[in-house]
Design a protein around this ligand. Structure first.
Ligand code: ATP
Ligand code: MG
Length: 335
């Protein structure tokens, strides 16, 4: 059974063909990073236009790499939200149009559910129930996963997402966009490791806060103009990773979870992966880095769990009425 899936919620255009919800036959990802680097962040209208420029060619590439064609596709899926409305609209409308023209059933997918389901694209299936930590550009959430399509939100950030904090601190350090990989590279080069930045524990809750840490970095850079960027990047990364891993681990113990799943772009962070594997007592599942950041294979993996709910393409009236499929309850705020 083949799913052709589309992802265009932010600044990656991706088209993928996945067999039986698990086997990736192709997963083409085109990043707009070079375009958004010029402005130091994403301009939503520009992102939408960039998706439009390449989506047709990427679809051809994805089908050809999977050695198949549209006639052999059983279902078409696309990210319905959350994300940048203009950007979402391109992938979603394109996918829906193909489904309509080819008379294929269509499955709208929640982007965050996709990030979590990326864990099912690896060799070993996660053990459930699990606690999932979703750490991305727009989200930092703790979710209890009962089944691959049954989620309960337990807590999350009260202000910035962890990825957003990485991006903003990178900008403060003039280190480029996206900030996560740049901060990680700087941190690896740190020779001095004495600086300690604050950690917002928000004890007694399962919530996070990263805005105070961001301000602490800003104030430090104003005060100490000759401070080593590498040491600041290292201390910032330690602070974020420490809180993420400690709170996830504690929740997993409290809920008797059989494993921990980490998902979203920040899950590509080397230090986060290392600390999670070393310190969390139950088995930890994290997708390979390419499946942590936005990609369409994860959308196909999530769509697979909703095949029963697939709909004829022409029945969808309004794009955002299709978000939050399954039982995923995630705040859609993006600060
Ligand atoms: N190695 C890394 N270390 C830390 N952060 C990283 C790393 N690689 C990517 N990121 C961060 O991940 C984020 C992008 O992740 P992702 O593509 O999942 O976010 P998004 O799709 O923009 O947001 P969301 O999924 O919440 O809608 C960026 O903030 C980026 O800085
Ligand atoms: Mg994402």
């Amino acid at each position: 059974m083949l799913i052709l899936a589309f992802e265009s919620s932010c600044d990656e255009t991706s088209v993928s063909v996945v067999k039986d919800g698990r086997i990736i036959l192709s997963n083409i990802i085109q990043s707009q990073v070079n375009v958004h680097n010029i402005t130091g962040g994403i301009v939503p209208e520009v992102a939408a236009r960039e998706h439009l420029k390449c989506i047709e060619q990427l679809t051809k590439d994805a089908l050809s790499e999977a050695k198949t064609n549209l006639d052999n596709i059983d279902y078409i899926a696309a990210t319905a939200g959350p994300g940048l409305p203009g950007a979402l609209m391109i992938g979603f409308s394109y996918a829906r149009s193909i489904a309509y023209a080819k008379n294929k059933p269509f499955i709208p997918v929640d982007h965050i559910e996709g990030h979590i389901l990326a864990n099912w694209l690896e060799k070993n299936d996660p053990i459930l129930p699990a606690v999932a930590l979703v750490v991305s550009g727009g989200h930092t959430e703790l979710i209890f996963v009962m089944k691959g399509s049954d989620f309960r939100r337990i807590g999350g950030t009260r202000d910035d997402a962890a990825g957003e904090a990485f991006d903003k601190v990178s900008r403060m350090l003039d280190a480029g966009y996206p900030g996560g990989p740049e901060i990680s590279r700087l941190a690896d080069r740190a020779t001095e490791k004495n600086l300690i930045l604050p950690r917002a524990w928000l004890r007694g809750t399962n919530d996070f806060s990263f805005s105070g840490l961001k301000t602490a970095v800003l104030n430090l850079l104003k005060k100490e103009q000759n401070i080593s960027k590498e040491e600041v990047a290292w201390a910032f990364q330690e602070s974020v990773v420490d809180v993420l891993v400690s709170k996830t681990s504690k929740l997993a113990t409290e809920l008797n979870a059989k494993s921990v799943l980490i998902a979203g772009g920040v899950a590509a962070n080397k230090r986060l992966r290392e600390k999670a594997f070393n310190e969390i007592k139950v088995p930890v599942f994290i997708p390979s880095p390419i499946l942590c950041t936005d990609n369409a294979a994860m959308i196909a993996a999530a769509a697979f769990n909703h095949i029963d709910e697939s709909i004829p393409a022409h029945s969808i009236v309004e794009i955002f009425s299709t978000t939050n499929r399954g039982k995923l309850l995630i705040d859609k705020k993006r600060n």
